[in-house]
Design a protein around this ligand. Structure first.
Ligand SMILES: *Cc1c(COP(=O)(O)O)cnc(C)c1O
Length: 461
C-alpha cells in the first residue's frame, strides 16, 4: 500500500493573519475604491493575489541569507548560484537580474537593440511583461499556442503547447534575421498555468534548428512544468524531476527566469545561456541596467537563497504537495458546481466569473465584481483577469471585452494550509449560493491611461 499524502515539511515560524468583520471589510474595500490592489495586506485574511515572490523560504534558504557574501564582484553566493544553474539546467553561463522582466530587458536588448520594428518573437501566449518588452521595441509577439488552450472546457493535458503549423508559418513568412528568438513559456502563465509537453518542446527545438532560430524558455515555472510531464506524458513516470528538467533545457539555447516563482525567493531573476558570445554581449546591458555581472541587482544573500530554492523546487515531494494543493482547491470548487477553467493549472485556479455571475452586465466588470464579493465575504483577495486588465483599445478608447472574465486565485508556495483552501471554498460557495441577488457591478471613477487595473478606482452601480 502506498503511504497516504502529507506535506513534506513542518512549520518552524508562523506569521499571524488578521480576521476582520464583514462590516470592516465593506468599509475597507470602499475606501480602496473597490480595487483589491489598493487594500493593505494586513486587511486581507487569505491573499491569493499572486504566487510571485510570496512563497515561504525554507530553513536552508534562511541559512543562506546569513551566509550571504555581499562582495561587489566574485561573491561566493554568486558561485553557489552559478553551480546550481550549471548542474540543474546544464547552462554554462548566467547573469543575475533583479527579477524576470529585467532578464527580458537585458536579453532583448542584446538580441534586438532598443528599436526593432521588423522583428517578431513567436511563442506560446507571451507573459504581459515579455510582450511589453517586445512591443516597447516596436517588435511583435506572435502567439502560436494550440487552439485547445482557448477552450476552457478542453481537457488537453498540455494546453501550453505550441502549434507547429502556426510556428512554421511564422518561420516561412519572416526572414531569419528578423526572428531574434522563439520563446516557450513553461508553464504557460497566460493560458492558466498550463504545461508544455517534452514532445512539443522537442518538436519546436527541431524546427528552430531547421530554420536557424534561437530557442529560449521563459522558465518562471519550469519545475511545475516538469512535474506535469512526469505525471501526464507517456514515458516519464519513472524519471526524476531533475532528469526531466535537464531534458527540457537540453533542447533550448537558454532562458529568462523570474525567480519569484519556481526559485521560491521573494525577489530575483536571471538569464541562462549556452552561447558564450551572446552571454558576453548581454553582460554590457546587464551592467548598464542591473548591476555588475556577478550580482545583477540582487543582494549576495538572495543569490544564495535562490541557489537553494532552485534545488528544493525541483524535488518531487515538494512539487507533488504544491500541485496537489492547487488541484485540491480546484476540485473542491468543482464539487460545489462552481465554474472554473479546466484542467486546473500549476499555480492558480481561475474562476469563470461570467458563468458564476450571469446577471452582471459585462459593462460593469464581472470578474472584478466577483473579486470584491469574495473579499467582502471572507477577506480573500484574488485578482481580476477580465475587462479591467484587458484595458481600452489604444485607438478607439473603447473597453476591450475579452472572451473570458476570470477571477484568478493564485496560491503562494508552502504558505497556506489545506484548511485555509477549504475556507476559500466555503466563502466562494456562500457567494455562489446568493449569486442570483448579485445583479449590479461597478463603474469606473478614475483610471490611468495604461495598466489601469493596478490603480483604477470604482464605485458600485
Ligand atoms: C512573473 C513572470 C514574468 C516576469 O517576472 P517578474 O519577476 O515579475 O519581473 C515573466 N514571465 C512569466 C511567465 C512570469 O510568470
Amino acid at each position: 500500500m502506498p503511504l497516504p499524502f502529507a506535506e513534506p515539511y513542518k512549520t518552524k515560524m508562523v506569521e499571524p493573519i488578521r480576521r476582520t468583520t464583514r462590516q470592516e471589510r465593506e468599509k475597507l474595500i470602499a475606501s480602496a475604491g473597490y480595487n483589491l490592489f489598493n487594500l493593505k495586506s494586513e486587511d486581507v485574511f487569505i491573499d491569493l493575489l499572486t504566487d510571485s515572490g510570496t512563497g515561504a523560504m525554507s530553513s536552508a534558504q534562511w541559512a543562506e541569507i546569513m551566509l550571504g557574501d555581499e562582495s561587489y564582484a566574485g561573491a561566493s553566493s554568486y558561485y553557489k548560484l552559478k553551480n546550481t544553474i550549471e548542474e540543474l539546467l546544464g547552462m554554462p553561463y548566467f547573469l543575475p537580474t533583479h527579477q524576470g522582466r529585467a532578464a527580458e530587458n537585458v536579453l532583448f536588448s542584446a538580441l534586438m537593440g532598443m528599436e526593432a520594428p521588423d522583428f517578431v518573437v513567436p511563442g506560446n501566449s507571451h507573459f504581459d511583461t515579455t510582450k511589453g518588452h517586445i512591443e516597447f521595441r516596436k517588435a511583435k509577439a506572435l502567439d502560436c499556442t494550440i487552439d485547445e488552450a482557448f477552450d476552457t472546457s478542453s481537457q488537453h493535458p498540455f494546453k501550453g503547447n505550441l502549434d507547429l503549423n502556426k510556428l512554421e508559418e511564422v518561420f516561412k513568412k519572416h526572414p531569419k534575421e528578423n526572428i531574434p528568438l522563439c520563446l516557450i513559456t513553461v508553464t504557460c502563465n497566460s493560458s492558466g498555468g498550463q504545461p508544455v509537453s517534452l514532445e512539443n518542446i522537442r518538436a519546436v527545438s527541431a524546427m528552430c534548428k531547421k530554420y536557424g532560430i534561437r530557442l529560449f524558455f521563459d522558465a518562471a515555472r519550469f519545475a511545475e512544468n516538469a512535474y506535469f510531464i512526469k505525471a501526464r506524458e507517456p514515458g516519464y513516470a519513472d524519471k526524476s524531476i531533475k532528469q526531466i528538467v535537464r531534458e527540457m533545457f537540453d533542447l533550448v539555447d537558454g532562458c529568462t527566469m523570474s525567480a519569484k516563482k519556481d526559485g521560491i525567493v521573494n525577489i530575483g531573476g536571471f538569464i541562462a545561456f549556452r552561447d558564450k558570445e551572446l552571454f558576453e554581449r548581454s553582460c554590457t546591458f546587464n551592467i548598464v541596467f542591473e548591476g555588475y555581472i556577478t550580482y545583477g541587482g540582487m543582494a549576495g544573500r538572495d543569490l544564495g537563497a535562490l541557489s537553494v530554492g532552485l534545488r528544493e523546487a525541483t524535488e518531487f515531494d515538494y512539487l507533488e504537495s504544491r500541485i496537489r494543493q492547487v488541484r485540491l482547491l480546484g476540485e473542491k470548487l468543482m464539487s460545489c458546481r462552481i465554474p472554473i477553467q479546466e484542467p486546473v493549472g500549476g499555480h492558480a485556479v481561475f474562476v469563470d466569473a461570467k458563468k458564476f455571475l450571469p446577471n452582471v452586465p459585462k459593462e460593469q466588470y464581472v470578474a472584478q465584481t466577483l473579486g470584491v464579493e469574495l473579499y467582502k465575504e471572507g477577506g480573500i483577495r484574488g485578482v481580476e483577469i477580465g475587462t479591467l486588465l484587458a484595458d481600452r483599445d489604444p485607438q478607439t478608447r473603447e473597453n476591450r471585452y475579452p472572451a473570458l472574465e476570470l477571477l484568478r486565485l493564485a496560491i503562494p508556495r508552502r504558505v497556506y494550509s489545506d484548511n485555509q483552501m477549504l475556507y476559500v471554498v466555503e466563502c466562494l460557495k456562500n457567494v455562489y449560493d446568493r449569486r442570483d441577488q448579485i445583479k449590479k457591478g461597478y463603474a469606473i471613477v478614475h483610471e490611468a491611461p495604461i495598466m489601469r487595473h493596478f490603480t483604477v478606482e470604482l464605485r458600485p452601480v
